[in-house]
Design a binder for this molecule. Structure first.
Ligand code: SF4
Length: 467
């Protein structure tokens, strides 16, 4: 039996896919990257917001077409969509043979076996708070960069967010398990390890009675030899002084922090049920920038949240212009059934949500281009991802670029440089989000000491804004 996989949604879901792939391969199934060759296709879905649900449904319909017209015998749907809509998935899509909730991902072999035997309408919805966390996985990223999921679920209860209802309460994985996994990832070739969870700053509160991300990072960097760690999805009110000191002082923790802020208007923050107010947000940005020279800040905002006035949005635009985030993403508000915000009376027009998102991104494009111009003439250390034979250009990412969401560094080099190596690139041209240059000293993780800096040279700092 050949099994095809479609993995949708965020990196957290991607890691669940990797665990399921490993369990299927261990059970003797062959995995094929080509769905038209598969006997059974597993679709691991996301249902966080409307566009993700639509993408999941479109994929189910595409694969259902293959079942009607090709060799495909069965379809298994897993992840957030069935967790959120339970039996509706089987009812609405008769082509689907099996569904697994997020607490049942370890039932994947049983589900595939059931479909193989011709059983229809297999379903498993175990308690999502009890699911075994972690597990061996087959990497779907290149081996030189990967993710490390340190916790599951979320306890923050932002009023617009369906994740706590889908993924359950926040549960940290033990430090020992995470250290063992990081050591194994490094053994497989990982140079960059991206630390993820719905909220990584809450790490440890449930297991150890206190915020323990700083302690975890210390253990991770002392147990590994050269891998560097990037922090994604930090919640602003839990960025402790201890964590800031760890980012500043540990050379293998990248000076890059992703802090989704969602808004800056106090009215909106309160209505969103975010912890803390605009003063707290400004304070955390000030502490990060003053204590960690060259820190790269990424954030995301939501536009058109219920009740967002022209004045609230103006505050947001002014804040973005003032802070000059290095990286920024914007989501138009999506009213999610079952969340408190979906019941708020003052819903905004969907077109307004989109228009405001577009406007904010236009503001950021100018800021990003201006910040990027500051890189011209500087040397940036880049983790080489690949080589494009058509343009004869290598490309990769600096410490300032997270995988899949940020820009890239494109560069020429006389010698071919293997993916996974580190290269120093002199920046000669810039676009809004990408940098272009030439390799200065090609190297590999073995012969280039240290870890990527954001941009080195001059005063050693990365150009940024102030609060
Ligand atoms: S922190 Fe808020 S937005 Fe993020 S997953 Fe938790 S509830 Fe959702």
């Amino acid at each position: 039996m050949k099994i095809g996989f479609v993995s949708l949604g965020c990196p957290k879901n991607q890691l669940d896919t990797e665990v399921m792939l490993h369990e299927l391969m261990t059970a003797g199934y062959e995995i094929t990257p080509d769905e038209t060759e598969a006997d059974i296709v597993v679709i691991n879905t996301c249902a966080f917001i409307e566009s993700a649900k639509k993408e999941a449904i479109d994929n189910i319909l595409d694969i259902a077409w293959l079942k009607e017209h090709g060799r495909l015998k069965g379809i298994v749907v897993t992840g957030c969509l069935p967790e959120r809509y339970r039996d509706e998935v089987l009812k609405e899509f008769p082509e689907v043979d099996a569904v697994l909730g997020v607490g049942s991902l370890h039932d994947i072999v049983e589900a595939v076996r059931a479909v193989e035997r011709g059983r229809k309408r297999y379903s498993s919805f175990r308690d999502r708070d009890e699911v075994r966390l972690g597990g061996d996985r087959v990497l779907t990223t290149p081996q030189f960069w990967t993710y490390l999921k340190i916790a599951e679920g979320c306890d923050n209860r932002c009023s617009y967010c369906a994740i706590p209802y889908i993924r359950g309460r926040f549960r940290s994985r033990p430090i020992g398990d995470l250290v063992a996994e990081a050591v194994q990832l490094e053994r497989l070739g990982a140079v960059e390890i991206n630390v993820i969870a719905q909220d990584i700053t809450r790490y440890g509160l449930d297991l150890y009675g206190e915020y323990s991300l700083a302690r975890l990072l210390k253990e991770l960097t002392s147990a590994t030899e050269r891998a560097y760690f990037r922090l994604l999805y930090c919640y602003p009110d839990k960025i402790t002084d201890e964590l800031i000191a760890e980012i500043r002082d540990d050379p293998r923790v990248l000076k890059y922090v992703d802090i989704p802020l969602q808004h800056i208007s106090d009215r909106m923050l309160s209505s969103m049920n975010r912890h803390g107010d605009s003063a707290m947000i400004r304070d955390v940005i000030r502490r990060l920038r003053s204590q960690i020279p060259g820190i790269v800040l990424r954030t995301t905002f939501i536009t058109g949240f219920p009740g967002e006035t022209e004045d609230d949005f103006e505050q947001l635009c002014a804040f973005v212009r003032e802070v000059r985030f290095d990286r920024l993403g914007v989501f138009p508000y999506s009213a999610e059934e079952g969340t408190p915000a979906a019941e708020f009376p003052d819903q905004t027009d969907p077109q307004l949500r989109q228009d405001r998102a577009d406007l904010l991104m236009r503001i950021q494009a100018d800021i990003s281009a201006e910040l990027n111009r500051g890189f011209t003439g500087r040397t940036v250390r880049v983790l080489v991802e690949d080589y494009d034979a058509v343009s004869e250009t290598h490309f990769g990412r600096s410490a300032a670029d997270a995988p899949e969401i940020d820009g890239k560094v494109y560069f020429k080099s006389r010698a071919r440089i293997a993916p996974g190596s580190l290269a120093d690139v002199l920046i000669e041209e810039v676009l809004d989000y990408d940098l272009f240059g030439s390799a200065v000293v090609p190297g590999s993780p073995e012969n280039v000491p240290g870890v990527p800096g954001g941009a080195r040279g001059g005063d050693g700092s990365v150009p940024g804004g102030s609060v």
